[in-house]
Design a protein around this ligand. Structure first.
Ligand code: AMP
Length: 282
């Protein structure tokens, strides 16, 4: 496995691989790798000749009062984990290599990015879309792998790929959870053991909503109330939102039907925990 630090050298390698008709899979990450990231790397390694993992804590997707400076960084450990999972290259650039002083062009996703996480974190998806487009141009992947865990991110990137006629496939991958059901996140390092234990109610709430829907419940307000009750059974958890959206364009649903994304953010202290589930409703 090779570590590449500059966009130019990565581009050269990608060009040469494509010349040899190798397929390239890209797994974009911010590092502090866990089993969720590793599942994406393994999937890419299965489906492509070459897998590139990018590790870059992207400053432009963090708001001014967010955790950019203290976001966990663990490159040495990440390197071993990525290699073991099947990565052939790690692309690990500096911020100044990705955003030189005169940088001034951004991708601004439209309506799909102004709700949910986009409403809670203004400018977040501008940073995400911009870095992903840059990574696509640098690494030239045939396929790029994203976790369903960040469902809106996946939807925004799929939309960008369609809108900009990007010549690659965006592959969505299932959420990886702890044994107790908590969706894995690099931000778990901020939580105590007891906070992580409390967080299990988030997945329980999603499972309960699924069960009710399968039993015929179609009232969004009743489902929301049920989920809030389950989460409220633990102290110190604050619900930021529980939302029901169409899966393709993320429009908020008034009545339940079709492919539906149930997503929520629960805060424990300053840590925002995201989770979601997709359900087809007839
Ligand atoms: P991040 O490093 O948090 O930017 O995440 C990099 C990629 O890993 C994104 O596509 C995430 O959606 C994905 N990811 C993060 N956590 C999980 C998880 N628990 N299960 C599956 N994919 C995940």
């Amino acid at each position: 496995m090779q570590i590449i630090n500059t966009p130019k050298s990565m581009q050269k390698i990608a060009e040469s691989l494509r010349g040899k008709r190798k397929t390239i899979g890209l797994v974009p990450t911010m590092g502090a790798l866990h089993e969720g990231h590793l599942s994406l790397i393994k999937r890419s390694a299965m489906e492509n000749d070459i897998t590139v993992v990018s590790i870059f804590v992207n400053p432009t997707q963090f708001g001014p009062n967010e955790d950019f400076a203290r976001y966990p960084r663990a490159f040495k450990k990440d390197r071993l984990l990525a290699q073991k999972a099947g990565a052939d290259f790690i692309f690990h650039p500096t911020a100044s290599a990705m955003y030189p002083d005169n940088f001034q062009t951004f991708v601004i996703p439209d309506k799909i990015a102004d709700k949910l996480e986009g409403a809670a974190r203004p400018g977040h998806f501008k940073g995400v879309a911009t870095i992903c487009l840059k990574l696509f141009n640098i690494i030239k992947p045939h396929r790029a792998y994203f976790g369903q865990k960040d469902a809106q991110q996946l939807a925004v990137i799929r939309q960008m790929a369609r809108d900009f006629n990007l010549d690659l496939k965006i592959v969505g991958c299932p959420i990886v959870r702890t044994r107790t059901g908590v969706a894995l996140s690099s931000r778990h390092v901020y939580l105590s053991e007891s906070e992580l234990r409390k967080a299990t109610v988030i997945h329980k709430a999603l499972l309960a909503a699924r069960k009710e829907i399968n039993a015929g419940q179609r009232s969004i307000s009743k489902l929301r109330k049920l989920m809030a009750e389950i989460i409220g059974s633990e102290s110190g958890l604050y619900i930021e939102y529980i939302s029901f959206n169409r899966w393709d364009n993320l429009e908020e649903l008034r009545t339940l039907s079709g492919n539906t994304l149930i997503s929520l953010v629960v805060r424990i202290g300053k840590v925002r925990l995201l989770d979601n589930t997709l359900i087809r409703i007839r």
